[in-house]
Write a protein that binds this ligand. Structure first.
Ligand code: PLP
Length: 469
């Protein structure tokens, strides 16, 4: 399988190189040159497979030529065997034909484990084979950092540095990162905000001289391998609900458009998905596009669903690429307009094409809490605020009551006690057994000023399992 850039100028890469690449050299994002397509009979024959076996069949075409079948299957068995529910991604019914796909049974209790647990193992496999070392540098406002650290802690050839804004992440989120101890794990609390952290990561990717020949790998959702891993659970859910003979609709709590883009790909690979709902919080750039064909930046509003607090959605470029007939030059020009501060609309027929599949809704904090309470009172199910936004959008936007509606349950409610308390449905639930002593564990973290040179100096002094590069 070969991968091409959404801006048409960077060289095509194979899976191994795309795994290690961040942005393409032309500023674009990598996508498969040709999407595999499965027949209905093939999809139907996957009913009842264990999750890792299904994952193997769905993802095999994407890694073909880079990772052999036996190694890949073993990696998948280990990855999803470490989740603490036998079904890996269980479906829970809320109401008639209404479901939540629980994606929070991985080690850090958010859906990001599906991709990052796999990414860590794939990196390990490829780097050991090549005899190379890399440095992962990422910024987090919460969930990505802990999932990336958990995913890469056992990688022999990876050192991981995660920047988070000092005193601005929740205590559960901080402890999920800082209590994972290892000489290749480095938590840096930056005396600044999340944007400062992200800017320093971007600047470091653009100029990697401070790494003395080692290279940086990205763990945010611009990394293709993360999207790939998320395609699987759309198949998993749909097959259990009668697919492919029957179509299914999904509502997806959305920030960077990574998770829902995986659903769009699943559909193009042959899975009958009749509707995809983009559910956002007040940070609603995607809702404004889907409802009014305007892609325009707004200011950032902190909400009760912080993992969806974004101003722009990086993966949206991947959808735009398809909507424009995969014309890289057109995307480069749109993105250029956008970068210069202008918003854009797309031509009416392209927007209409998108709206055949996508609907959207923006849900504010008040409606989020209302939905947490409503669902709890209806069926005793406690939703986290991100999932609640998905359920709200599912209920308001669904096109057909006859089609099963699945909301992606993106996080466990224990991670976001503030929203649960505000919803007035009693106390936040207890931490699951593997995290029960989280508040007693030793933390390791370095506080550094909001200064690029000092951050880079820290990385080069500790980038070789705690020793200088
Ligand atoms: C990351 C995250 C999201 C948003 O996912 P995207 O792929 O960025 O759209 C939603 N909910 C939770 C809990 C998350 O951690």
């Amino acid at each position: 399988m070969r991968y091409i850039s959404t801006r048409g100028q960077a060289p095509a890469l194979n899976f191994e190189d795309v795994l290690l690449a961040g942005l393409a050299s032309d500023g674009g994002l990598y996508v498969p040159e040709n999407l595999p397509r499965f027949t209905q009979e093939e999809i139907a024959s996957w009913a009842g497979l264990p999750y890792f076996e299904l994952a193997f069949r769905v993802m095999r075409p994407f890694v073909a030529g880079s990772i052999d079948d036996a190694a890949f299957k073993k990696i998948l068995e280990e990855t999803y065997g470490a989740f603490d529910h036998n079904a890996v991604a269980p479906l829970r019914q809320l109401n008639g034909n209404e479901w939540v796909l629980e994606l929070f049974h991985g080690p850090t209790l958010a859906f990001k484990d599906f991709a990052l647990q796999l990414l860590g193992r794939l990196l390990d496999h490829v780097l050991v084979k090549r005899g190379e070392r890399v440095v992962i540098l990422g910024a987090t406002s919460g969930d990505t950092g802990s999932a990336a650290i958990e995913g890469c802690r056992r990688c022999e050839n990876v050192d991981i540095f995660i920047l988070h804004p000092h005193n601005r992440v929740s205590e559960v989120q901080r402890r999920q990162m800082t209590t994972i101890l290892g000489d290749n794990i480095h938590n840096i609390a930056v005396e600044g905000n999340f944007d400062d952290c992200q800017e320093m990561v971007k600047a470091s990717f653009a100029d990697q001289g401070f790494l003395k020949g080692t290279r940086l790998v990205a763990v945010n959702s611009i990394n293709w391998a993360r999207i790939m891993a998320q395609i699987v659970y759309y198949f998993h859910a749909a097959i259990q609900l009668g697919g492919p003979a029957r179509s299914v609709a999904f509502s997806v709590p959305t920030g960077n458009f990574g998770d829902i883009f995986a659903g769009y790909l699943a559909r193009n690979m042959g899975l009958p998905i009749s509707q995809l709902i983009v559910a956002t919080n007040r940070n609603d750039i995607l809702h404004r596009f889907m409802s009014g064909n305007q892609y325009v930046k707004d200011t950032l509003h902190p909400t009760l669903s912080p993992s969806m607090d974004i101003m722009v959605s990086s993966n949206f470029e991947r959808l735009l690429f398809d909507l424009h007939g995969r014309n890289g030059a057109a995307i480069a020009s749109l993105m250029d307009t956008f970068k210069q501060g202008g918003g854009f609309s797309v031509e009416a027929d392209r927007w209409t094409e998108a709206r055949k599949l996508f609907d959207s809704l923006a849900v504010d904090d008040e409606a989020t809490c209302e939905t947490i309470a409503e669902v709890f009172n209806e069926c005793g199910e406690l939703l986290d605020p991100h999932t609640a936004i998905g359920v709200r959008a599912a209920r308001e936007c669904r096109r057909s009551l006859a089609t099963p509606m699945v909301t992606l349950g993106t996080a466990h409610p224990v991670k976001f006690p503030e929203a649960v308390e505000k919803a007035g449905v009693g106390q936040a639930p207890a931490l699951p057994p593997h995290l029960a002593d989280l508040f007693q564990r030793e933390e390791r973290c370095t506080v550094l000023p909001n200064d690029l040179k000092q951050i880079q100096a820290f990385v080069s002094q500790h980038g070789n399992r705690g020793k200088p590069l």
